[in-house]
Write a protein that binds this ligand. Structure first.
Ligand code: CDP
Length: 219
């Protein structure tokens, strides 16, 4: 038996994960943050000093139920907060281009989709991972707004220089994610696009929950 899937894709720092988590809470679904899986493998390549193209990805990667939903476990370790370090963020787009990495993660995500009802966020969820998802959302926001939000996450003061630097980091990651050959960042043809630049967080969550309810009534 397969669970229900709500897919949320979008560029870096567009608010996908926080939104997906809240939507999952509201629908009593599990939240699956696929970016965390890419970050986990990136963290391992850095820790072990691997060349990401030459590495053997025979690793034990899975999602475990924890108090707060599904947590990444990698070779028995839960890397937690380290997954959001600047070092990992700077390298993750390069690791996520590797075919062996993508197929490993695809397997883990589809397994979660078979076992649970999920709100899954990422870059290729509606296009590649769950092309039959009942609802697909593509969440965008201006790069300046995304940079402001990311600095807020880091609890760093948003000086003009720091904002410029963050805008450049986000642009570079978006370009790498959109330009890669396998599973590039793009909206699925049947995705609903939501621009959150001028919307409040709860407003975005409400829109998605309402869209889900409307889609469920149709089926
Ligand atoms: O939270 P943030 O927007 O910074 O990114 P993330 O969702 O944690 O994803 C980190 C990186 O993983 C992205 O920049 C992509 O390179 C990669 N990724 C991917 O290739 N496919 C996905 N479905 C999710 C993430």
């Amino acid at each position: 038996m397969s669970g229900l899937v709500l897919a949320i894709d979008g560029p870096a720092a567009s608010g996908k994960s926080t939104t997906a988590r809240r939507v999952a809470d509201r629908l009593s679904f599990h939240h699956v943050n696929s970016g965390l899986l890419y970050r986990a493998i990136t963290w391992l390549t850095l820790r072990e000093g691997w060349d990401e193209h030459a590495a053997d990805y025979a690793i034990d990667l899975h999602l475990e139920e924890s108090g707060q939903g599904l947590d990444v476990s990698l070779n028995g370790v839960r890397p937690g907060a380290q997954l959001h370090s600047q070092r990992v963020s700077g390298r993750v787009s390069s690791v996520s281009k590797v075919a062996a990495v993508r197929s490993k993660i695809l397997e883990v995500l589809r397994e979660a989709g078979r076992r649970f009802h999920v709100v899954c966020d990422g870059r290729d969820i509606g296009t590649v991972v769950f092309p039959d998802a009942r609802l697909k959302v593509f969440l965008v926001a201006s790069v300046e707004e995304r940079a402001r939000r990311r600095l807020g996450d880091y609890q760093v003061e948003a000086t003009a220089a720091r904002l410029r630097e963050e805008v450049e980091l986000l642009r570079a990651r978006d370009e790498a994610d959109s330009g890669r050959e396998i599973a590039p960042l793009r909206p699925a043809d049947d995705a609903v696009r939501i621009d959150s630049t001028r919307l409040g967080f709860e407003e975005v969550v409400d829109r998605i929950v309402n869209l889900w309810k409307a889609t469920s009534e149709l089926s």
